[in-house]
Design a protein around this ligand. Sequence first.
Ligand code: DC
Length: 226
Amino acid sequence: MTPVITIDGPSGSGKGTIARRVASVFGYHLLDSGALYRLVALAGRRRGLAADDEPGHAEQARTLDAEFGTDVAGEERILLDGVDVSFEIRTEAAGAEASRVAAMAAVRAALLERQRAFARPPGLVADGRDMGTVVFPAAPLKIYLTASPEERARRRHNQLKEKGLTVTIDDLSQEIRERDRRDSSRAVAPLRPAADAILLDSTGLAIEQVVDQVLELARSRLPAMN
Ligand code: DC
């Protein structure tokens, strides 16, 4: 059995950054499941699908031609149909569209096996909303990462600024609230901690402090890590 560490939580909780760091320390693979939903939404838009076309988006999810890699500078590169869309899928608009297609049961079902296929030796760190509840329910370590809404808006603001995107904190707070509401209230795989998840509140903590907590938990929960 390949060890899997799941990190779920709302947007801006820092799970992407933490997941990447933990995966790199252990030499594990990384599943950024949010990127898959962002890619499905983008593929649908490029093919002119209506926003509410569930079978159409499920077909995009089934046939998604996506590649995850890094460039020579070590920067993450995500390709859709062979074209680099790394920048395009990170905008707030792309996140909002992803959240909409993610509420479609047929899309989630179509992505299930693709996500599980990321669990390969020596191990996997999977980040998303339902990694611990639906995709990897038997994972030996499940983290549910939160932070106050104000801090999450600030972090997203900094992330977007680094990418050269300008958004106001107020607009961002509004969008984050809307996305949280949609992700938590949908009928299928809503955002919530698994019953056996460990809750970590990263408000006021530096990235390294959270990474250290997760590494310590991993070392105590996954014997192979010692
Ligand atoms: O993590 P993210 O911001 O890249 O995710 C974008 C959207 O995709 C998020 O608002 C909800 C959806 N999503 C999901 O429903 N389930 C996941 N496992 C990951 C993301």
